[in-house]
Design a protein around this ligand. Structure first.
Ligand code: ZN
Length: 351
């Protein structure tokens, strides 16, 4: 059976397959995180390599090339990711990166590094095994560090024959202009909420609307929230924020096993909703707490909420720092309690 993409990608899929024979050697795919960009790109690469594509250009799903894709072992396809994001079994064997890591025992890199790009040279200059040519995917492309981006740029400027580069970015603005100018852009859409809801329901998600509200309509991200622990944790956090007594240190203690970045996300979305309701707007992220949000917001001053919201946004930068994370969360909760008591927050320092 020919491969298909997510329903919300169907239009772009038709459009790009229609010009499969004239696609440029460098493409930049962008769109928000969690909408299925990498799946789209994998299926496109598969379709371009397929030996017997369907009439619309989609991969057949049955030929040798498609079987290689199904087994994640196509000899003409490479995905380059930061070391920290590679899944087990993803091959880095011909780059030498794996061995080097084992030897130095350092933290896995969050960036795509120059070694990762240089390691591709043999692959690039080998003749491809199959007709469709070779495809190299960089994902997320904004994690290319400066040296790696410069090395890649050389390839984009003098494109090697038979090799196609596909960059996949959540935040394309973080890529250098020189890279942008060498790539044809393809914007992948965020689905309409009814389309996303129907799809999540088909995947067996019980509360698709609530999951989508949490992620800003990113269905693949919503799918990852499909564990009971997430929803239990969220409930205890939001119930804690709603509680009249506001015992924040006790709450922080109860929440100590929850990753700080997840907690901060809940606090940010909760405060966003309070601010929105306070200004007469809708509840965006936590529709199941509509009533509580309304009651709390009515007692607070918009300026204090806005100040607190800014404070939370500033935490984004340091939240992953292991030494500060716990302390920061406690402070965030204490500041929240202060706002709830109607105390003025001090203006955040410039630090
Ligand atoms: Zn095929």
């Amino acid at each position: 059976m020919a491969v298909t993409v997510y329903p919300w990608q169907a239009a772009v899929w038709r459009e790009i397959l229609a010009r499969r024979d004239t696609l440029p050697h460098a493409l930049l795919f962008s769109g928000r995180e969690g909408i299925g960009k990498i799946d789209f790109v994998r299926k496109l690469a598969q379709s371009l390599a397929c030996e017997a594509p369907a009439a619309d250009g989609a991969a057949c799903g049955a030929c040798q090339s498609c079987r290689w894709f199904a087994a994640d072992s196509h000899p003409d396809y490479r995905e380059i990711r930061p070391e920290a994001l590679r899944t087990a079994g993803q091959d880095a064997d011909d780059t030498g990166v794996e061995q080097e890591t084992a030897a130095s025992k350092r933290k896995p890199s969050q960036e795509i590094r120059i070694e990762d790009v240089r390691g591709l040279q043999d692959f690039i200059f080998l003749t491809s095994h199959q007709r469709g040519g070779k495809t190299i995917v960089f994902y997320p492309a904004e994690t290319l560090n400066t040296n790696a981006a410069n090395a890649l740029l050389k390839n984009l400027e003098e494109p090697p024959a038979g090799t196609r580069f596909m960059l996949v970015a959540h935040r394309p603005a973080e890529l250098p202009a020189t890279i942008h100018s060498r790539c044809q852009k393809v914007l992948l859409p965020t689905p309409q909420s009814d389309v996303a809801e129907r799809w999540l329901r088909e995947q067996g998600i019980a509360e698709p609307a609530l999951s989508l509200a949490q992620t800003g309509n990113a269905p693949l991200l919503s799918l990852t929230l499909n564990d009971a622990a997430y929803w239990d944790q969220r409930k205890s956090v939001l119930n804690g924020l709603t509680a009249r007594d506001g015992e924040m240190l006790a709450l922080a203690e109860r929440l100590r096993d929850i990753p700080a970045v997840r907690l901060l996300g809940w606090l940010q979305r909760w405060t966003y909703d309070l601010l929105s309701v306070r200004s007469g707007g809708p509840v965006r992220y936590n529709p199941d707490y509509q009533k509580a949000l309304g009651q709390i917001a009515a007692k607070l001053r918009a300026i204090d909420l806005a100040r607190y919201h800014r404070l939370l946004l500033r935490q984004q930068r340091t939240v992953n720092h292991p030494l500060n994370a716990r302390l920061n969360i406690e402070q965030m909760l204490l500041s929240y309690a202060a706002v709830m008591r109607g105390e003025r927050l001090e203006s955040p320092s410039a630090s």
